[in-house]
Design a protein. Sequence first.
Lengths: 442, 488, 125
Amino acid sequence: MAYKYFPHTEADLKDMLRAAGVDSLEALYDDVPDQLKMHRDYNLPSAMSEIEVRRFFEELGKRNQPLTCFAGAGAYDHYTPAVISCITSRSEFLTSYTPYQAEISQGTLQYIFEYQTMMADMTGMEISNASMYDSATATAEAIMMAVAAAKKRRKVLVSATVNPAVLRVVRTYAHFHKIELVMIAEKDGITDLDELRTLLGAGDVAGVVLPQPNYYGIVEDFTGVADACHAAKALMIMNCPASTLAVLRTPGEWGADIAVGDGQSLGIPLSFGGPYIGYMCTSKALIRKMPGRIVGGTTDADGRRAFVLTMQAREQHIRREKATSNICSNQSLMCLFVTIYMALMGEKGLREVNELSSDGAHYLHDELLKTGKFTEFSSKPFLNEFTLRTSLNIDALEKHLAQNDILGGVKAESHDDCIIFAVTEKRSKAEIDKLVSLIKEG
Amino acid sequence: MNNRYYGRLIFELSKSGRTSYSLPANEFKSNSLDKLPSALVRKSKTILPEVDELTVVRHYTNMSNNNFGVDTGFYPLGSCTMKYNPKINDEISALPQFTALHPLQPAYTVQGALEVYYNVQQSLAEIAGMSEFTLNPYAGAHGELTGLMTIKTYHERRGDTKRTKIIVPNSAHGTNPASAAVCGFEIVEVKSTADGTVDVADLKPLLNDEIAGMMMTNPNTLGIFEKEIPEIAALVHACGGLMYYDGANLNPMLGVCRPGDMGFDVMHINLHKTFSTPHGGGGPGSGPVGVRKGLEQYLPVPHVKKDADGHFFVDFGNNALGSISQFFGNFAVVLRAYAYLLTLGKENIKMVGPLSVLNANYVKEQLKSHYLLPIQGLCKHEFVFDGLLDKSTGVTTLDVAKRLLDYGFHAPTIYFPLLFHEAMMIEPTENESKDTLDEFIATLKTVAEEAISDPDMVKSAPHSTPVRRLDDVKAVKEPHFTFKDYLQ
Amino acid sequence: MAKVIEGLYYTESHEFVKVEGEFGYVGITDYAQSQLGNVVYVDMPEVDDEVTAGEEFGAVESVKAASDLISPVSGTVVEVNEALEDAPEKINEDAFANWIMKVKLSDKSELSKLMDAKAYEEICK
């Protein structure tokens, strides 16, 4: 029965069974009632050699068609520096678990501390946790946190310009956690701030969720919003794709209380939706309501600076049903991923990434309008993503572009005559021109 | 890993004027950023470092040398199933034909990826004895929450809204009650008997028409198989509740016994435990949720299905529960688990359970002469000692755990479950050889002897790790949550 | 051996209440602080909050544990011990002197359901 993942020789088996006080492997299950046992083989394929496994996945991969990506809507095709996978695949990082034994986990603890520093700084907030799952669940956790902080108020306002994929998850959590969600209407592609003020006036709101840039790519102006929220004792929650934080006014600068979003835009491959990394940052005052792990600095017995999981008494393994959240495993390795990305790119690199993406997006925007097949959805400012109305059949256009290996944006969920396009630094002028010419002829 | 303390932070390596990126020249040069209204633009500088590429590579490489993983050495962390993470899985998950896919691509351009999902859904259903799986949950706790949402949705859709309570054994991991609370349930605790299993006599009076379900893991957190499971399931079903299986301890059941056959209705599996995907320092994991026949419509969307022509498609149609993830969960983790399933095949998957159970019993029997074994008899994949047999030395479970680090082993899970004061939970997986286990056994015996001969040395362990014991009171009382806290 | 003070009322969950006229000072006992270890945070109610006997009114946290505070009495919170915000370790120094909240009692008859020092001493053994 020799097999590459099982080191037991026949002699080992014999010795070990004897030491364990049984005479066969079956006898190890004598305490399991016989009627519960399966008594048959699994109906699964037979074992494959490594050559066969490789061949199998190569064949399967051929049934996928990677496309030149002009889509965003929560997942962006940014460039991944080669250094990152070389470090993240180091097995000291990859095959470790949650750093419970700090003395042999300083590597993990240190990168999480760097991550917390960078994310808190990117969002302009005081602290960050050690990651959440994705943007949508991070936003759902944020509304639960707002409700926990508010004690008796259970109403949360959500802008209709939030990404619908995020909203779906927030709705689910709100339903089960008995939080009342009220939508703030969309007006000309942005949050209707007059309606927000009216809704806040009732005085029963625990939190307000606002996107930046919003689902349509529009950079909204939230001047005065933080004051309005705080006057109503509501927490202002902002959802932002991480990369844009380097150039746009930060949640901290807007006066937000909680910043959440996806770190995917910090160079994480699209990978058909995951793993990405949800982030959550807030103020020190709210730390005991913040879900997830936190790493803190301290000293060891010799007085050296070292890092450790801290503030654990908030967490599920200690607080049980009183914890703010049930999160346990997070997306730790992706913390390392985006930390290396931010270290490599630095402030200048991130600015350049945003510049290239934004310039490319504006070029595509203008070229598409010139085709005469698109009209403006909004005249408001945007960065790397924008929405246009079209007279074209969007499904036919999608097929036509896919035949030419292009993913030409995504259809807006709430406006079925609109397409949302995104451009990153990976898109060359030639690729954009090809997209435009295919649309012209199509 | 090595034992040389590294300890620097990337911010301390920064020097103005250095850089470690290169990007193409800007072909557009429209200065669109500068045209954004000033009110919308970031004003503050960032803390991000200025470093060259080699500095970055060395920094994180040195950091990794202060870290211990399964590839470094034996990692008997109970309840975490720290099995070997086969390297072929990583290679497969990095194939560009998969990593380059946008989650919103049309289904006809991602048939391969959808097939991965579909086949893993089917394989897990076969292994678990369930009807259907969703792979959307990102982690075990997320799976638990999703499973509980499924149970609640089932009751709600039947118009049975008074079922607001979930029964949880007092031996359960804290995540169980926390997930139930997030899902809006009240928690009812059921006691354990002296042998650590659910006390059926204590359970019976708790059952009524307010019970939505009961969460269990089998074997339980003590590694003991819950023999009364058919009766427990029958009792809970009779009161109208559903049985939830926490898959944290599924590993020893592989090849022998399926949760579906035990009477469970809803369950999750931790792919990062049972199906060998790397733990990554605490994630990303994956927590697929399965349901028995008749409950499929209560799983979250999106859900991957196959049509009559053999084409795969993404179904958003059923909206009973809604969504619990922005896209499809941790796809690259699922891909690794699929490679693992195919590599082992039906011939080897069935050996995982028995060999993991053999390893656990082997270690348990040889160490009970030195450590207090509160529950005798066969265990499954893991077991719990209640500290050293000789309590006179004052050496605690924490001290033993720290001393193990000096000898190049990771510590077991300690102070869990809460049923024993000095709990030390050991889980050797099926991948560990007799040689490794013998070394571990000898070392734990040595530590027990050191506890008598030199207790102070054990109490001040570890001595040879990159850093020594940390002051975790100071971490809370003089908090440093970011590097900025060091600059003030 | 944990300290127990005569004249106070005690709960099985290790809170005490010291009654002065219409008011009760509520805190955790010396035994409770010794079991918790270094107290690092006290989650206190707010002034004007209503508390109910047998229900939670806050929590005390040590590094690796958190314990809910169960109110021994019903009434309105008139004061909280703000010194504990910056120096929660005072509870370890003297748990009885460092009460957590002062409550205007709404039903003094509830006190008869609590333990006296002698009965409490028994359960700490």
